[in-house]
Design a protein around this ligand. Structure first.
Ligand code: IMP
Ligand code: MG
Length: 174
């Protein structure tokens, strides 16, 4: 099926918002160190940009879970594909996600990370689709609330494509 991409959020808008979140996190964690946990692959572009804009000491780690196939619908199945390298004990953890949709992935992930003894765990997402929520999750930092449309860019893919777009676009199927 052919698809085309319509710009939803420009590169400038996204960059400006990431700077604001970085400033907010720097204020909230003044005098502390934060440990950013990136959920691969989608969260990676956002995490790198965000990390550069945080002024308190930062460490990073990566994990990969799978809840989606090559489709645009959630399967509801969450599987750890790659676990973290570092323990979370005594760390201020911020999970960095590309998007919260049904909330299934995050709800599972946050419980799991919480059981590893961090000082606290917060959630930071670039995008949120509140209309799609099935499982309640507390989002501490949100870039943008967006309507219920399938989006790509800034790490988000459709069938592994478009992650490299420097803006957020809506996929339109013709
Ligand atoms: P959830 O468990 O339904 O909240 O799914 C979250 C994951 O689904 C995200 O981390 C993305 O990988 C994927 N996802 C949800 N909505 C979109 C979208 O609009 N575009 C691309 N990926 C999406
Ligand atoms: Mg994701």
């Amino acid at each position: 099926m052919a698809e085309r991409i319509e710009v939803l959020l420009t590169e400038e808008e996204v960059d400006r918002r990431i700077q604001e979140i970085g400033d907010q996190i720097s204020r909230d964690y003044a005098g502390k160190q934060v440990h950013l946990v990136c959920v691969l692959k989608g969260g990676s572009f956002f995490m790198c940009e965000l990390a550069k804009r945080i002024s308190v000491p930062v460490s990073i780690d990566f994990m990969s879970v799978s809840s989606y196939g090559g489709d645009t619908k959630s399967s509801g199945v969450v599987r750890i594909v790659k676990d973290l390298d570092e323990p979370l004990k005594d760390k201020h953890v911020i999970v960095v996600e590309d998007i919260v949709d049904s909330g299934r992935t995050l709800s599972y992930l946050l419980d799991m990370l919480d059981s590893r003894g961090p000082l606290d765990v917060r959630l930071c997402t670039l995008l949120d689709k509140p209309d799609r929520r099935v499982v309640d999750v507390k989002v501490d930092y949100t870039g943008f609330n967006i309507p219920d449309e399938f989006v790509v860019g800034y790490g988000l893919d459709y069938d592994q494509k478009y992650r490299n777009l420097p803006y957020i676009g809506v996929v339109k199927f013709e």
